[in-house]
Ligand binder design. Structure first.
Ligand code: ZN
Length: 180
């Protein structure tokens, strides 16, 4: 089942509303880019790389710094701390960070860490919701409509929203806003 088949139209509508609301709190218009760093800052989140994490064993830190297998994770709630993989491209970092911020905005309960693998135990429905809202935060439907009305193509839209072309294509598919 695709992501949009798993999420209700009401939920998807709510995500668009959250993307607009967060922009208006920052005095940005609904179609303007919202950098994840600015949104994180607005939410009082501290952004860390593994070498900045307190209480992390040297071995674990070295593993995280050398791996592409993880993207980002919430490692503290008060204050809010998000660790990001510094190896990933800026567009990927942007979507990773928006995904984690989406968990916060949707008030998802903290996930437990598996004591053996040290990976978060994911609840798939919450992951789907965070992925969808993360995409909306990066490229709201109103932003995509505005961009296409300005005759922007895929590459230009991706640059404008600091999003990967795959993300622009995904948002085009789920919002039914055709992008050339
Ligand atoms: Zn997640």
């Amino acid at each position: 089942m695709s992501l949009i088949q798993k999420l209700s139209p009401e939920f998807r509508q709510r995500c668009e509303a959250i993307a607009t609301e967060q922009r208006s709190l920052l005095r940005l218009r609904a179609f303007e880019p919202l950098p994840a760093d600015i949104l994180a800052n607005q939410l009082g989140a501290k952004l860390l790389t593994p070498d900045q994490m307190p209480n992390l064993e040297a071995k674990q830190m070295a593993l995280l710094l050398a791996s592409d297998e993880w993207s980002a994770a919430i490692v503290g709630y008060s204050p809010l701390c998000i660790v990001c993989n510094p190896r990933h491209a800026p567009t990927r970092r942007e979507s990773n960070l928006m995904h984690e911020i989406a968990h916060v905005l949707l008030t998802h309960q903290p996930v437990n860490f598996d004591s053996i693998t040290r990976q978060p135990k994911r609840q798939q429905h919450q992951e789907d919701e965070a992925t969808y809202l993360g995409g909306c935060l990066q490229i709201p439907k109103r932003g995509l409509l505005w961009a296409t009305q300005c005759k922007m193509g895929l590459a230009r839209i991706s640059e404008y929203f600091s999003a990967s072309e795959a993300m622009v294509q995904f948002r085009s598919n789920v919002t039914d806003v055709p992008v050339k």
